[in-house]
Design a protein around this ligand. Structure first.
Ligand SMILES: [Zn+2]
Length: 504
């Protein structure tokens, strides 16, 4: 590498051309001044200047860029200075890849007034997260374009997923974009067997799974078939020759202050006839589908009805299994450990339940007292204020660019201004992270959000009509309860100890 040599790359954007039409200014000259200033502040002196006079978007239409790339590939420069990273590559992802690789493999830095990109700094998240030159917005546009392409292809009956459904392989189409499904003969045989067993032999999904497992026929990913994997096959539209797309759409939801992603069934998903061969004819598929529907509803209803208000919450101290309800005809239900040889003694379920409620009431009293005497820590408000300040600073940075483009700022003022704003942004972001960390760990905040929840549960607990709802309420405030009871007999009837873990 030539000792400490750097280069400027200057190129007008479309917006610049518009600007020049309206105003008598020379944008490239302006950019050069900005970069000069930036170079001065970094003590860079040995500089080549590359001026792109045409304003092409692709590398092939930018001769100066081609030349610069050649020099970079020959390791001529330590770094390239540009006013914004987008000046190097925009639009075409292939071009972005070419440029990105050239910088990466020659360890050439990209230096802008706001940030220095070091291709070999693995902590330079932006570099990895978005692919070197893609600003967030551009990334989104590209992603949208891909999604739209998939949508169009699926409407044409092509297969757009990355993994073929069971029974098929993916095959690249000749001479055009996209994939189609072709039958995997071995898997197709298994599917036919499953359908036959279910429809003609009256076997349930669990029995079919066992049958296949006994024959040592394996599913694709796992070692064994399960009732639910059999059900998935029986209900897969692909095997009757259809294509689905967007059946499960990712949705972001806010839950307890955290963003969680769910993938619920999308009712408006696409279902079209594919260009692939069906394994099962539509009539048979529909028969199976109706049979599944007719059997499913009553069964699940009975299963989901929770009759134990403590279901899933009580843990046996000896074997760590979840304790269960045992109904009796003559006397009240009891709470027992499901492990046969476990020595933990059972109790009357209602007594345990009442004991838990009483303990929770004690907790509530204590928490209320704690909140009363403990001085309030730093307001959450601080985070909101800092977030706003961060947004403002980002806007100011954007504005500075506009002002220098319009020659309201001189390049010197601009560079100073940008440095101040960037330092500020860095500081604010750090501060915000710290506050968020503190907030999360703060006992005070945990108790403050927990207390009203607990109060609500306890207030109405005895008026809750069903055990299912009682269980739901308790599960919302209790993490788990460890149950200890070693002695049986009449003298030790209520001789149990509970360790309650509140869901703080
Ligand atoms: Zn046990």
């Amino acid at each position: 590498m030539t000792e400490n040599k750097y280069a400027f790359y200057l190129r007008k954007s479309r917006a610049d051309l518009e600007l020049e039409k309206k105003n008598p200014i020379d944008v490239l000259k302006n950019h050069e001044l900005i970069l000069n200033d930036l170079a001065k502040s970094l003590n860079i002196t040995n500089i080549d200047i590359y001026r792109e006079v045409v304003s092409g978007e692709t590398i092939s239409s930018r001769p100066v860029m081609q030349n610069l790339l050649k020099q970079i590939e020959q390791k001529q420069y330590k770094g390239i200075l540009v006013v914004e990273i987008e000046r190097l590559a925009r639009g075409n992802t292939m071009d972005q890849g070419i440029i990105s690789r050239a910088f990466k493999y020659t360890n050439t830095k990209i230096i802008t007034p706001t940030k220095t990109y070091d291709p070999n700094d693995e902590f330079d998240e932006e570099y990895f997260e978005f692919g070197l030159f893609m600003s967030r917005r551009e990334y989104k546009t590209i992603n949208r374009r891909i999604q739209r392409g998939r949508l169009i292809n699926s409407k044409k009956g092509l297969y757009v997923g990355s993994i073929a459904p069971y029974g098929y392989n993916r095959k690249k189409l000749k001479g055009e974009k996209g994939f189609k499904l072709i039958i995997n003969p071995k898997e197709a045989e298994v599917i036919k067997t499953i359908f036959n067993l279910y429809l003609n032999e009256n076997m349930g999904t669990t029995n079919i799974a066992n049958y296949l497992n006994n024959l040592k026929i394996k599913p694709r990913k796992n070692n064994k078939w399960t009732a639910s994997s059999i059900r998935n096959i029986l209900q897969s539209p692909s095997i009757k020759g259809y294509i689905t797309w967007n059946k499960r759409k990712s949705e972001k939801k806010l839950q307890d202050g955290n963003i969680i992603t769910t993938r619920p069934i999308n009712k408006n998903h696409i279902l079209v006839k594919g260009i692939h061969q069906p394994i099962i004819d539509e009539e048979t598929w529909n028969k199976v589908s109706n049979k599944i529907k007719s059997q499913k509803t009553p069964k699940t209803k009975a299963q989901t009805k929770v009759q134990n208000p403590l279901a899933g919450l009580i843990i046996c101290s000896k074997c760590h299994k979840k304790m269960i309800r045992r109904p009796h005809k003559e006397y009240p239900d009891s709470l027992i450990c499901p492990t046969k040889e476990c020595k933990t003694v059972s109790s009357n379920l209602n007594v345990v339940e009442e004991y838990i409620i009483k303990s929770l009431q004690e907790y509530l009293k204590n928490y209320k007292y704690y909140l009363k005497i403990k001085p309030k820590p730093k307001e959450d408000n601080a985070i909101n204020l800092i977030t706003k300040e961060i947004e403002n600073t980002k806007k100011q940075i954007e504005k500075s660019y506009e002002l220098v483009e319009e020659e309201i700022y001189t390049p010197e003022i601009f560079t100073k201004r940008i440095k101040i704003l960037n330092d500020k942004l860095k500081y604010l972001t750090q501060e915000k992270n710290n506050l968020e960390k503190q907030n999360k760990n703060l006992k005070y905040n945990k108790i403050r959000t927990y207390t009203p929840k607990l109060e609500r549960v306890l207030k109405d607990y005895h008026n809750i009509p069903t055990n299912e709802e009682k269980n739901l309420f308790l599960s919302s405030v209790i993490e788990k309860v460890i149950y200890i009871k070693n002695n049986g007999g009449k003298n030790h009837k209520d001789d149990f100890t509970l360790k309650i873990f509140p869901k703080l």
